[in-house]
Design a protein around this ligand. Structure first.
Ligand SMILES: O=C(O)CCC(=O)C(=O)O
Ligand SMILES: [Fe+2]
Length: 232
């Protein structure tokens, strides 16, 4: 199977749909979860792991899923993006997706929203998205064949900048992948190999465009079952 570095689908979602989701998120600002440099609408595993209270993540997972269901059609859009863009290791047609919640019988979040803004100028730090593999330490110890992808749906753009820089791979053997800078439009759906170092490019917010909002979902392939597990 050919290695999939990243894939992007501009205009995956209509701007008027993104605007409806943005309006709902803004209407429910009292529910936002404040974190050191960003906010979330719903909970994200990598964000709570950084806070050091994973019990809280699990306690809040059902509430987070209920909250995000206020964004009508949003989770379905993330899943559809995954079905269309994820690699097909067995070339078996549409990828089969299953929530981590269902697969593991534990409270996990399906998808949530990451929000940056309000500061005059911001940018992200270089990182890779491996926190979500922690239930499978064997995959982290020998990750050469692991297929794990991060997906991002751009809901609102800041006043300028704020695309995604993707750099080197943390995996031996894939060190030579060329860095790319991906732009986002409202409604762009993007997936990329979670082992690739990446960061949000510098951006500026304004009074009119105070927030950069993205939907987030992660995927891990289980070859023995030919399913992609998803969570956020
Ligand atoms: O919002 C994005 O473009 C990606 C953010 C990111 O890297 C992450 O959520 O881990
Ligand atoms: Fe990331």
């Amino acid at each position: 199977m050919k290695y999939l570095h990243h894939a992007q689908r501009p205009s995956f979602i209509l701007p008027c749909q993104c605007q409806r989701w943005e309006n709902t998120i803004l209407d429910e600002m009292e529910s936002w979860v404040p974190r050191l440099t960003f906010h979330t609408y719903g909970r994200l595993w990598y964000s709570e792991i950084a806070e050091g209270d994973l019990a809280l993540y699990h306690r809040c997972a059902a509430e987070s899923n209920a909250r995000v269901s206020h964004l009508s059609g949003f989770k379905e859009a993330m899943l559809q993006g995954g079905r269309e863009l994820l690699p097909r290791p067995l070339s078996s047609g549409t990828p089969n997706l299953i929530s981590r919640r269902e697969l593991r019988g534990e409270p996990w979040v399906d998808t949530a929203i990451h929000m940056l803004g309000h500061a005059a100028r911001c940018s992200g730090v270089l990182h890779c998205d491996l926190e979500g593999l922690s239930p499978y330490p064997n995959l982290l110890l020998d990750c050469r064949e692991v297929l794990a992808y991060s997906s991002v749906l751009s809901i609102t753009l800041p006043a300028s900048g704020g695309g995604l820089h993707i750099g080197a791979s943390t995996r031996t053997g894939r060190r030579n992948v060329r860095p790319v800078d991906l732009g986002y439009e409202v409604g762009t759906f993007t997936i990329f190999d979670s082992f690739l170092l990446h960061r949000i490019e510098p951006f500026e917010c304004s009074r009119e465009r105070p927030w950069r909002m993205t939907g987030v979902m992660h995927f891990l392939y289980h070859p023995e079952r030919d399913v992609w597990e998803y969570w956020a």
